[in-house]
Ligand binder design. Sequence first.
Ligand SMILES: *[C@@H]1O[C@H](CO)[C@@H](O)[C@H](O)[C@H]1NC(C)=O
Length: 361
Amino acid sequence: MAVSGEKRLPQTTPASGGMARKLILALFAFLSALLYKQLQPPPPKITGTPGGPPVTATRTRLSDGRHLAYLEFGVSKEKAKYKIIFVHGFDSCRYDALPISKELAQELGIYLVSFDRPGYAESDPHPARTEKSIALDIAELADNLQLGPKFYLIGFSMGGEIMWSCLKYIPHRLSGVAILGPVGNYWWSGIPSNVSWDAWYQQLPQDQWAVWVAHHFPWLTYWWNSQKLFPASSVIAYNPALLSEEDKLLMQKFGIRTYMPQIRQQGEHECLHRDMMVGFGKWDWSPLQLEDPFAGDGQGKVHLWHGAEDLIVPVSLSRYLSEKLPWVVYHELPKAGHLFPIAGGMADVIVKSLLLGDADQ
Ligand SMILES: *[C@@H]1O[C@H](CO)[C@@H](O)[C@H](O)[C@H]1NC(C)=O
């Protein structure tokens, strides 16, 4: 019997070559899985589900089953002469409504409803959301609350950008619109490149990157803003370098938001990151193509407000849009930064100009 000396030395046989290839493949699969896991946002913790945050707000159910949480201010909608829907900005929620005074609400008969945008606080995430879907959500909210065929809209910051979507997709539902310090999309068609570059370079470099990633590689947005190698969006991180002189003073007031932990409680991806992916995404239309929604009735107006010292959202795009859209009533506030809507008395000034047409600002 052949007992010893039979063991073969390792050779480069087809079998062992296959082995190496398999190992490399396995390693590749492992690294891809690891990378994939890094790129994939964790599933949102949905409000009102086991393991998710509790429902504390009043909510309404949309036709696709999603819930929107909302908060009402002012007089009752039955008594109201004016009904306003407020749309909040980035990293905010229904509590961040325009702070109009009780006196003005009583005097003019104003009902204002503010809601958590999808994925924020207690409103269900909407992973398929687009710049159009939010306009349809707003119309459905108005219907569920029986606000009637027409209502006013006020949107701030990223909620301001959403006003353009509403002007495009639900103009027949609007009585008047106030757009406050709106975020702009650098890739909107019709914006001359010197204007968009001018706005672009007013952002901090890390925000240029965060916005660039959200536009070109939306599927990398979660990873970009959660990795630690490069600085992520400074807007997400509350960088004080983004505050103008006036904003620094206002931030003391704005900073104490007891409800802040609620805002991102379902996870950052479905609120913050998706806001960036949609807001800076690839739109197939531009606000520059919009027509005056009130051309026929001559009643309603679109007001656009922007602070000249806004360091969070550069004024350039608003300035350009207001030049090209003569039906937009433009109010540029020379000393204001981004947070002017919460400055003393400003909310009432904004609302009066919207409802009564006092354009003395
Ligand atoms: C862009 O270029 C035009 C035409 O050359 C000029 O009138 C305008 O002031 C420039 N705008 C900015 C923001 O640089």
